[in-house]
Design a binder for this molecule. Structure first.
Ligand code: GRG
Length: 297
């Protein structure tokens, strides 16, 4: 097995992916035909401040299997739109009740709860409209829509959020794992899936990458839980110490802080090692895995 390096150019790649998807947002249909100011509310949350890790994954996976990244642009916009909708709804007082998001007032603080709800709805539905504009054949697009609907649906994103809102009394390791695979990992996994599909991956590569997507998503949430304890609100652009204050169980409270740090480092090198062995050039995605345990935001 080749040993991957943390690429010195990862930050440049992340910033290129951010500019790329933010340019893509300029051409989304939401700008046209609106009868209200809702699109401008959705754009407040969408356009600035996100790390754009999911678009980076879509783009890198497409390139990894030899595709032209622009084939994946609509998919990257779609994933980031659904991710942003989930953040807007998650911040609402009836959900996680956060006032700060991406370093600025959450949408419901700026514009009110009803507007934030509707802007989230708009992003969710428009995401599928964007994905349908992918410049590929109808069979491939149908496959991509199916993947995204599954990731955003009751078995994953929304189901995981439900679990997070209604913690079970006997929430053990399996419960936490299912919740994290839904709430967080599904959108990371689907980013790799859509990138791979838009680049023309075959079934074997697709399956291998999807499995690493689950692990990468779990690792992402593990590092988010670690930063909830030792990160700063300024760097994270959102409130920290929320889970502990609310007495919510998460990966770190289950595993303990020191073990969580070790687990994150081990997971990162295992994921990176397996990615490098998948057919194609997965170095960029492997670099992201290695970076996650060191991230501050
Ligand atoms: C259906 C009403 C309704 C709501 C659904 C699905 C959902 C609301 C919320 C998803 C829950 C959620 C916010 C999961 C956490 C995942 C996570 C760690 C998000 C932060 O991702 P980053 O750090 O954020 O990539 P940026 O701002 O950089 O994009």
């Amino acid at each position: 097995m080749r040993k991957p390096d943390i690429s010195a150019s990862l930050h440049e790649d992340l910033s290129d992916a951010a500019s790329w998807v933010e340019n893509g947002f300029r051409n989304i249909s939401m700008h046209k035909d609106s009868i209200s100011r809702l699109p401008s509310l959705a754009l407040y949350s969408l356009e600035f401040g996100g790390k754009r890790i999911r678009p980076f994954l879509v783009r890198s996976a497409c390139a990894a299997v030899g595709g032209h990244p622009d084939t994946a642009l609509k998919a990257a916009c779609a994933v980031e739109m659904i991710h942003t909708y989930s953040l807007i709804h998650d911040d609402l007082p009836a959900m996680d009740d956060d006032e700060l998001r991406r370093g600025k007032p959450a949408l419901h603080i700026r514009s009110g709860v009803k507007q934030a709800l509707l802007a989230g709805d708009l992003l969710l539905i428009e995401a599928f409209g964007e994905l349908l504009d992918t410049p590929l054949g109808p069979g491939r697009i149908a496959q991509m829509v199916k993947c995204l609907a599954r990731a955003a649906g009751p078995g994953y994103l929304v189901g995981g959020q439900y679990m997070d809102m209604y913690h079970s009394e006997d929430a053990g390791d399996d419960w936490i794992r299912t919740m994290v695979l839904g709430k967080t990992a599904a959108m990371i996994r689907v980013s790799l899936e859509l990138g791979a599909l838009s680049g023309g991956a075959d079934d074997d590569v697709f399956e291998a990458v999807a499995a690493e997507g689950d692990r990468l998503g779990f690792l992402f949430q593990l590092t988010d839980d670690i930063l909830d304890i030792c990160g700063s609100a300024e760097e994270m652009g959102k409130e920290v110490s929320k889970d502990s204050r609310q007495g919510k169980r998460n990966i770190v409270s289950m595993m303990g802080f020191d073990e969580s740090i070790t687990k994150a480092e081990n997971m990162a090198s295992e994921i990176a090692g397996r990615l490098i062995d998948i057919r194609g050039d997965w170095e960029k995605v492997a670099s992201l895995a290695l970076y996650l345990p060191t991230r501050r935001k």
